[in-house]
Ligand binder design. Sequence first.
Ligand code: GDG
Length: 406
Amino acid sequence: MVDKGRIQYALMDLTSLDRQEYYNGFANRALWPTMHYRVGLSDFSRADYAGYLRVNHTFASALAKLVCPSDLVWVHDYHLIPLAAALRALGLTNAIGYFHHIPWPAPEVLGTLPGSTDLLRSIMDFNLVGVQTDRDADNLRRGLIQELGAIPQKSDLDLDGESTCVKSFPIGIDVSGFEQVAARARSNRIVSQTIVGLGSRKLIIGVDRLDYSKGIPEKMEAYERFLVNNPDQRGRVTFLQIAPTSRSEVPEYGALSRAVNETLGRINGSLGEPGWVPIQYVTSTYPRPVLAGLYRLAPVALVTPMRDGMNLVAKEYVAAQDPTDPGVLILSKFAGAAQQLTGALIVNPNDKLEVAEAIHDALQMSHEERVTRWQGMIGPLQDHDVSWWAAAFLRELAGQKARAAG
Ligand code: GDG
C-alpha cells in the first residue's frame, strides 16, 4: 500500500509474461486498434487473450480482499473489461461502474475481433458503463442487442436477469487549473526560450502521444500541403509537434516512429531554408505548465486524430487561451471532443487539402471571429470540467445501486 494524500494505492507486480500477453499483447495490439477502427493493425493471439483474462482475474482476487460491502467500485478503461465478471465470480455484489476512455466501435467493427462476444458478455456484469459520446453509447447498445440479444429498457439493457445502464459522460479537464498555469507560464524557461526562438513567426502546435490513432504523419503532410499551396507563409510559421514516445515495446509503435521520422525529414529537407525549419519535432515529455504556456503562445492548434475517444489536448488548448486574444483550434471530426467543441474548425483528417485550408483560414481569421468561437467553447468546458464528470458518473452509479437494492 502506498499513501498519497487522501488516496491509498494498492500496487502489485506482474510477471514479464503478463506484461507481454496482457498489456503489450491483447490490450494494445488487439483491443486498442480494433476499438480505433484499425482492424488491419489488430493482431489477435489466443495466448495473449488468455493472458488478458488471467491478469484480470489476478487483479480481481487482490481487489476483492480490499473492498468493503458498501463501496462503489469504479473501473477504468479497456485493459479491465473482464474485471467485474471476475469480481462477481468471487461473490462481490457491490455496485461496479466502468468508464471506457477510448471509442466504442460499431458492432460490425468490434465483431472482427475474436473474443469480442465474451467481452460484451462481461460488460453486462457492470451496473453502469460510461462512454465518451452518444455515438459510442449507441454502438455499445447495438452490440449488446445484436450480439447477445439484450433487451433495451429505457436507458438500461437486460439480459438473463442482469441489468446494465450504458450512458455517455464526456470527460472534462481541470479548466481553472489550466487557465491559471497558462496565464503564469511566460516566465517558464522553455516557454520564454520558445518566444525568443519564434521571433515574429506564428506557432502552430500539436501535442499527441506517439500513437497511430493520433494521425501525426497525416497532419505533417497536411501542413506540407499548406506550405506548398501558400508559399508566402514559408518562414512565417513554425509547426511544433510534441509527441512523447509511447508503448515502444509494441512493434506497430516502432513502425510509426520510423514513418514519422521519414515524413519529418522529407518535409524539413524539401521545404526548409537556412534559418527556418518548418516542423520542430520533440518526443520528450514536458511539465504541464510548459504545455499550458506553449498552448497559449500558439495562434493555431492542430488536433487531428484519425479516431479518438475524447482528446483532452483539444480542451486544454481552449482552456489555456488568452480570452482577449484566443487562438484557433483545428479539430478532427473523429475526436469525441468535436461533439462539444463546435467553435473549432472541424476537419476530416483523411482530407489533407481540407486540413491545409483550415490552417490557412485559422491563420487569417479575424480577431472578432476568434473571440466569438472561443467564447462559445469555454463556457461549456467550464460547466463540464473533470469534477463535473466524476461527480456525474458516481451519482449515477450510486443511483443504480439504490435501484438494485430497492
Ligand atoms: C485516452 C483516450 C481520452 C501529452 N504530452 C504531454 C502531456 N500530455 C497529456 C496531455 C493530455 C494527455 O496527455 C493526453 O490525453 P488525450 O486525451 O489527448 O489522449 P490519450 O492519452 O490517448 O487518452 C482519449 C483520454 O484517454 C481521457 O479519457 O481523451 O481519447 O485515447 O492531458 O496534456 N502531459 C505532460 N507533458 C507532455 O509532454 N505533462
